[in-house]
Design a protein around this ligand. Structure first.
Ligand SMILES: [Zn+2]
Ligand SMILES: [Zn+2]
Length: 293
């Protein structure tokens, strides 16, 4: 917890005797507050000015003996010690409410900056846990408006309180970007579930030599290794086909080049030669695909 003690933020001494009202009995819990005025965010070096201003308003304006809150949390997550632990606050509305729960202020306004920052929510949670362990305060949490007629602590802070005052989730990691190549080879969960049988083995390819259409037959399924072997065989076949086609294209290119160089051949003859070459290439392709490697 980033605790800022009274001396660190330059607090005025509380008025005695009432300002020091010690109150060491366990509290029911913690009540949260907001400023209820316009507020704009500022750099952290201005935050202690603002806390001193709140104290001056409570002491000189309201005539209280000290700042009213037990703790004050700035938007940067620092927790300023107000009346602190073991002393009764004066922010919850009346003496019995002030004795019942600690009072923690989040420095957000009713206009301007109205939503607490993530750092501030962490700070407010720190203050809550500090009150619980050191107060001691019980597990109850609420807003100033619980049991008292006020809009405090505003809807944003109140919604957070009603959700159990959770720490904000860490910012989500951006989804992994994949290259098209990665997308081509990646199996999705759905793919695997489609392939896998209920007992975790893979369905055999329908063109496998020993494939059985009967789901009860062991030949309906393959082990994972068989799938790998099958895919390796297919890839080798595609490699051979590619090599054969490359050779055919080279032969055709040579033939066309020779015709162009020597000249004198009719167009029909060039076309016939090209067609014959393409036909041979297709036959070669068919042979390669039919052969088991
Ligand atoms: Zn309040
Ligand atoms: Zn600050």
């Amino acid at each position: 917890m980033k605790l800022v003690s009274r001396s660190q933020w330059g607090a005025r001494a509380y008025r005695t005797p009432n300002g020091a009202t010690p109150y060491s009995r366990p509290r029911r819990g913690v009540k949260f507050h907001y400023l209820g005025t316009a507020y704009s965010d500022r750099s952290h070096d201005k935050c202690d000015d603002y806390v001193r201003q709140i104290q001056a308003q409570h002491m000189d304006g309201n005539g209280w003996s000290d700042i009213g809150y037990s703790f004050v949390v700035c938007t940067h997550g620092y927790v300023y010690e107000g009346r602190g632990l073991k002393r009764r606050n004066s922010a919850n509305g009346n003496t019995s409410l002030n004795e019942q729960d600690y009072a923690v202020l989040l420095m957000v306004g009713s206009t301007g900056l109205t939503k607490p920052t993530d750092a501030q929510l962490h700070g407010a949670r720190d203050a809550l846990e500090y009150c619980r362990t050191q107060g001691p305060a019980g597990m109850w949490i609420g807003g100033h408006r619980d049991g008292y007629a006020t809009a405090c602590p505003g809807d944003a802070v109140y919604a957070w309180v009603k959700a159990g005052a959770p720490r904000p989730a860490a910012s989500p990691t951006p989804p992994k970007t994949t290259t098209p190549e990665e997308n081509d080879v990646a199996f999705t969960k759905d793919d695997l579930e489609t392939l896998a049988g209920t007992d975790g083995v893979f369905k055999a390819p329908k063109d496998a030599a020993d494939y059985s259409a009967d789901p009860k037959s062991p030949k309906h399924y393959w082990a994972f290794g068989s799938h790998v072997n099958d895919n390796t065989t297919r890839i080798r076949r595609i490699d051979k086909t590619t090599a054969a086609l490359t050779a055919q294209v080279a032969a055709l290119a040579a033939a066309v080049a020779a015709l162009a160089r020597d000249g004198g051949l009719p167009l029909a003859q060039v076309q016939a030669a090209a067609e014959a070459g393409a036909k041979a290439a297709l036959e070669q392709l068919g042979d390669t695909l039919t052969k088991e490697s």
